[in-house]
Design a protein around this ligand. Sequence first.
Ligand code: ARG
Length: 463
Amino acid sequence: MTKSLWGGRFGEKQDDFFFQFNESFSFDRRLATVDILGSLAYARGLERAGIFRSDELELVCAGLNELLEQVEKDPTFIEQGLRDHYEDVHSFVEFELTKKVGALGKKLHTGRSRNDQVATDLRLYLRQEIDQTVALIQDLQETLVSKAQEFPQVVMPGYTHLQKAQPILLAHYLLSYYEMLKRDAARLLDARKRVNVLPLGSGALSGNSVAIDRKFLAEQLDFEGITANSLDATSDRDFAIEFMSAASLCMVHLSRLSEDLILYSTDEFQLVRMGDQVSTGSSLMPQKKNPDALELIRGKTGRVIGHQMALLTTLKGLPSCYNKDLQEDKEALFGSVDTLKACLQVMRLVIDTMTINVERMQQEALKGYMNATDLADYFVDKGVPFREAHHLVGEIVVFALKKGLSLSEMALKDYLSFSPLVEPDVYQALEIKSVLNRKASAGGTSPLRVQAALQQAKIELGL
Ligand code: ARG
């Protein structure tokens, strides 16, 4: 026997295969807690509207609270619900409540539809998940900041086009991801404002026919406000899309960081070493240590972007108001939430257990003519227009390359053969220290700027 909240109009039993196709309890059971919380608020609203007497309300609330405890503390309770073939979480809660409080349980749905109910559940759920996700983002930011603090002076090669470009501080590199994550958290918190609006009391589409006080419901459930239009309220999933979009972007950041670290940990780069805690071996090649944690984060980014595309695609052709297509929102949203949260935690572990190959970083930062721009700047200081200086240094680099020398190793007389303006102070200008110090513009990699950025990050994180 399947358990549904309707049936009066039907003569024949629902097809078993169709039941499986139609049911959502197998995945929306994760909304059980918020569904009960929503029902507790709605029951109080019904009392104010004169539908429940106060003694009836007490009974219903006691039943719902008991249910809440079972759902939260006894995993076998939901498992039994799955075996009992409930159509969805709302049916589960109503039937189980009715088992406890009899006909009063059936009164609870007065004026309410699963359409405003599920929209409310989803917002309650997502509000919590956003808060948890933002906390996880902050944990990762803290880990990045503490890694940066461990190595405030370490220099590494900075790349553009994946070619050595200019030396940067490792701390500056780590803080660049701190900034991306800061925007991710801000986006989630901004989306939260639009999640935190109550649709309950909108009925199936046109409103609630009992005198339900929606502002009271919103207060009960700690919503900032109430939705303004019942047709919109019951079918709006913008808030889910907004979350998924912020989640996709956050995953893109995690994926780029993964890609960096996968490369930096190769034998070719050797800038970092992954912790054994987050690496795996090969079943065939005994020497292998693979950065699976990072590859999975990079891989799962596709999944989160895919969920967002799936829901956008589901929404695009929907006629106004609720359509069953909307049931498809849940697995996509849950998938994004779960994946993002897991990836944030794994990335934190990766950063925390990663070893920085300080020597190699410093050595590599000296190679690749990464101070060539600074040589051009040196000529600029001597009055040469930048474009000319750029050309001149290009020629000097070709010369040095042929001789197998770095710019610091080139003899003064060789410099003089290119330009009479070069003086012995050129060697100081080419030193990595000077190179870094020169990048003193706000947001640059000079040690002073990076130190200030670190302090700022700590203030922002409340450390
Ligand atoms: N399981 C449904 C969903 O997730 C609940 C709402 C059902 N509403 C309805 N009118 N059939 O969307």
